[in-house]
Write a protein that binds this ligand. Structure first.
Ligand code: ADP
Ligand code: MG
Length: 484
């Protein structure tokens, strides 16, 4: 059950479906040989096809098809061996062809599903309606000249995979989890870099509301220009409230496309929603239907990596981790590999604790990713080993960790150089205890006459004179004997 919104006339729920545009990782464009790299100077990556010069013919990029199939398999979806490219006709200055080549009635990927992980530990299954291939448009730039707009066609013709979800999402939290999981899957697969701030992954959010208990769907609005999870959540909350107010006033929601304004924190009407017939879709006469062999699909299937959900379940089963810790550790492949090196033949829970709480904690504070960690996974593994075999105490390990983070040094070298090995020699610890007792006879009297709380004081003093190196458990035991 998603979030419930209280209105004047009763309780409302939200119904949300997402269209995610993911730019496929390919060296060249969907139908031309021009480069696709991000950040080039304007109009430097434009072939005659992308500029829609008369007589130019599109040639399908096999890599784009491969990436779509790979993504479809990662989304547990049906792969269609027969798909058709159609022209979606509309006029816009950054669309020189006057149409976008897209797929409509016969997309390359059909129905599927993915799991999303909610913060309360629940798992929800979200249906995927389809994934189709289409050309990206160019970009109009309005802020370079007071009266003119410029057009940059570098993006024109890039491969987009449009991934459409079923209206299975019920609030902003679920939408955040969905976008996160989608991005994770795409990155694991290597089919899209998932960078929302560079626009290589964008979401259109469809929102409607209905009274709790109603079965029929309300009229939806589509919100564009949503380029972060936070923006999606803010847009949904605003839009649902707006629709509830309209309906409670006895008005209707118009099916329209709205724009999210991140400065004013509101959605604005952009245009009334086109229906499919407004686009006058028809099969592109320059392109044959896209027919692929089952063996092509099977070969791609063989190269799929272990995907996020599989990895999460394996971490829970074979390392005994909880769902939350496992989901933190698998969020990128590099992070998961790092953890597995640390945990190799060691206590996995201790390893998870050091990676999540200590390492990710400090990296996060410094705004660094695990790729930039000054501590290698081998060295953090060694540190966990030193704690497990009682060479150093957990307390000393924190100091060693701090030095490793500073210098990148091997923990065994640090422990050796600084003489930090834990004292586990009974005789040596007894000598320290005798010294502490001799220095604090008054407190010993008090303790013996019933002030039990003082025990902690003695432990602290012994640890202090040992410079933190005495084995705390032995200190406890020996102190009890000596003080009784
Ligand atoms: P269009 O291209 O017209 O936007 P799509 O089929 O590409 O149509 O996408 C429609 C999206 O809207 C899907 O994600 C679908 O789940 C969602 N959707 C459909 N009906 C509703 C509704 N009543 N409320 C919320 N979302 C909806
Ligand atoms: Mg749409």
């Amino acid at each position: 059950m998603g979030q419930i919104l209280r209105g004047e006339t009763g309780d409302w729920e939200m119904v949300i479906g997402l269209e995610i545009h993911a730019q496929a990782i390919t060296n060249s464009k969907l139908f031309s040989g021009a480069a696709t790299e991000f950040g080039a100077a304007p109009n430097q990556q434009v072939s005659l096809v992308d500029a829609a010069m008369p007589g130019m013919l599109p040639v399908l990029n096999e890599k784009s098809v491969e990436q779509a199939v790979r993504t479809g398999l990662g989304l547990n979806s049906k792969i269609n061996l027969y798909s058709v490219f159609e022209r979606k006709n509309y006029f816009y200055p950054d669309l020189p062809q006057g149409y976008q080549i897209s797929q409509f009635l016969h997309p390359i990927v059909g129905e599927g599903e993915i799991e999303i992980d909610l913060p309360n530990g629940e798992v929800k299954v979200i249906g995927i309606t389809r994934l189709h291939l289409e050309q990206d448009a160019g970009k109009s730039i309005h802020d370079q000249h007071p009266t003119k707009s410029y057009v940059d066609l570098n993006r024109s013709g890039n491969t987009l995979m449009e991934i459409v979800s079923e209206p299975d999402l019920s609030d902003g939290i679920e939408v955040g989890a969905y976008i996160n999981k989608m991005r994770m899957i795409l990155r694991y697969l290597g089919t899209c870099d998932g960078n929302m701030d560079e626009g290589s992954m964008r979401a259109d959010v469809n929102v409607s509301v209905r009274k709790v208990g109603d079965k029929e769907l309300g009229t939806r609005c589509e919100i564009k220009n949503v380029n972060s999870i936070k923006a999606a959540q803010a847009a949904i909350d605003y839009e649902a409230r707006r629709q509830i107010e309209l309906l409670e006033d006895g008005k209707e929601v118009d099916q329209e496309t709205r724009l999210w304004d991140p400065v004013l924190n509101e959605t604005r009407s952009m245009r009334s929603k086109e229906d499919a017939h407004d686009y006058r879709y028809f099969p592109d006469p320059d392109l044959l239907p896209c027919v692929i062999e089952q063996s092509f699909v099977d070969d791609i299937k063989k190269t799929l990596p272990e995907l996020p959900d599989e990895k999460k379940h394996r971490f829970m089963d074979s390392y005994g981790l909880g769902a939350y810790d496992a989901s933190v550790l698998i969020s990128t492949r590099v992070r998961a590999d790092y953890f597995e090196t640390v945990a190799n033949d060691r206590d996995p829970k201790l390893a998870a604790n050091w990676v999540i709480n200590e390492l990710l904690g400090i990296l996060n504070k410094d705004g660094k990713s695990i790729e930039e960690s000054p501590i290698s996974s081998d060295n953090l593994g060694k540190l966990v080993g030193l704690i497990s075999d009682d060479t150093i105490s957990g307390r000393i390990a924190k100091d060693v960790f701090a030095e490793m983070y500073e210098t990148g040094k091997d923990p065994e070298v640090i422990v050796e150089e600084k003489g930090l090995k834990q004292v586990t020699d009974t005789g040596a610890i007894e000598t320290l205890i005798d010294q502490v007792i001799a220095d604090n006879m008054d407190k010993v009297e008090q303790y013996r006459s019933g002030k039990d709380k003082l025990f902690g004081f003695f432990v602290g003093q012994v640890m202090k004179v040992s410079q933190g190196k005495a084995n705390p458990q032995m200190v406890n035991e020996l102190l009890k004997q000596k003080l009784s």
